[in-house]
Design a protein around this ligand. Structure first.
Ligand code: PLP
Length: 398
């Protein structure tokens, strides 16, 4: 008798961000006043013109049907045009595959690129899904630890030390989830040139391209190093820019052979993304960025507040996040101490105590490959943000 569950699936760990979010929501459902810093999604509704486009489409019978597996032709063209507008990367529409969110674009990408045992370099702290997806695709994730000293940005020396003859891909994420780090253009260029010289593929996750603050500037690795285009996959989507996490529309952009392979794969798994959701995404990417700018201003204000407040808590330090909507403070100074009557040895335990005693949900760093840290999303209302960090501060200083 074999195992009931395959080894591949049994080896997957539950997403800690979703797990923490689920616990916080369950407590809320029981009537508890919980403040959640866990979710990775904007707290704004989707802009009205996008919702209206979807409502109109839902009344048209053609939108009740399948589309080509790779997506509505108009949407693929609009994504190509939007990419040229926003990052300067110029690609034809048949280099675009519309997927069920950025997550699905990454999943398709790893399954399309990796053979068993191929290694994928992933700078840590990393978004939790990358290593799991690489494993599911038969590859081997190789973490490269970055620290506050370099602003959580990987250096060429660190990346180069991780290369073996099995290395095929390097994952590049800027702005970063969970650290909020943004690589300046010269570092993006250096990493791109290094990947090119090493003959590696680059998977560049640009989902937070519009969420950069202060002097930080987003730049696309395939624009900084155009020769990389034949060995690079750009991941993006509407979720974070247009507050559309629930609509599930993302895309991958890559060379024609990879997109053709990934399209075949998708044609046997999910087929096309929901047709009405594609109509919504078409309105989003064809429209302006005014609403995105408005949301970014709110995130920027909250970013400055959370950065200041976290650093005021004794033994907590937090570098200034420059992008996305996450702060990634260190709680190392508190480990090994008694907090509210419990001895706390890890950020996993600390997050439990903070949820139990202060009714605040944060995501411990262990799942991001960064024990001693935690991720706090600042995509929540200004009032909740203030109240939540104050509760943590009171608990930890009490
Ligand atoms: N990439 C990064 C870095 C993310 O943080 C997320 C979402 O949290 C995604 C990709 C996937 O976004 P979605 O699948 O909602 O489009």
């Amino acid at each position: 008798m074999g195992n009931r569950i395959s080894k591949t699936v049994a080896a997957i760990s539950e997403s800690p961000t979703l797990a923490m979010d689920a616990r916080a929501k369950a407590l809320k459902a029981e009537g508890e006043n919980v403040i959640g810093f866990g979710a990775g999604e904007p707290d704004f509704p989707t802009p009205q013109y996008i919702v209206e486009a979807a409502a109109r489409a839902s009344n048209v019978p053609t939108y009740h049907r399948y589309t080509p597996a790779a997506g509505l032709p108009d949407l693929r063209s609009a994504i190509a045009a939007k990419t040229k507008r926003d990052s300067g990367f110029d690609v034809p529409a048949d280099h675009v595959l519309v997927t069920n969110g950025g997550k699905h674009a990454l999943f398709n990408t790893f399954l399309t690129l990796l053979d068993p045992g191929d290694e994928v370099i992933i700078p840590a702290p990393y978004w939790v899904s990358y290593p799991e997806m690489v494993r599911i695709a038969g590859g081997r994730p190789v973490g490269v630890t970055t620290t506050e000293e370099t602003g959580f940005r990987a250096t060429i020396e660190q990346l180069d030390a991780a290369v073996t003859e099995r290395t095929k891909v390097v994952v590049f994420v800027s702005p970063s989830n969970p650290t909020g780090a943004v690589y300046p253009p010269n570092e993006v260029r250096e990493i791109g040139r290094w990947a090119l010289s090493r003959g590696l593929w680059v998977v560049t996750d640009e989902i937070y391209e519009h969420l950069v603050y202060g002097d930080a500037r987003f730049s696309s690795i395939v624009v900084e190093v155009p020769e990389l285009a034949d060995r690079a996959i750009v991941i993006n989507g509407v979720a974070k820019t247009y507050a559309m996490t629930g609509w599930r529309v993302g895309w991958m952009i890559g060379p024609r052979d990879v997109i053709a392979g990934a399209t075949s794969l998708q044609s046997h798994s999910t087929s096309n993304v929901a047709n009405v959701a594609q109509a919504a995404a078409l309105a989003a990417v064809s429209g302006g960025l005014e609403e995105a700018d408005r949301m970014r201003e709110a995130f920027d204000r909250r970013r400055r507040t959370i950065h200041k407040l976290l650093n005021e808590i004794p033994e907590v330090t937090c570098i200034e996040p420059e992008g996305a909507f996450y702060a990634f403070p260190s709680f190392k100074g508190l480990l090994g101490r008694d907090i509210a009557g419990s001895r706390v040895e890890s950020t996993d335990e600390l997050a439990e105590v903070i949820l139990d005693k202060a009714r605040v949900a944060i995501v411990p760093g262990e799942g991001f490959g960064a024990p001693g840290y935690a991720r706090l999303s600042y995509a929540l209302s200004d009032e909740d943000l203030l109240e939540g960090v104050n509760r943590i501060g009171d608990l930890l200083s009490g």
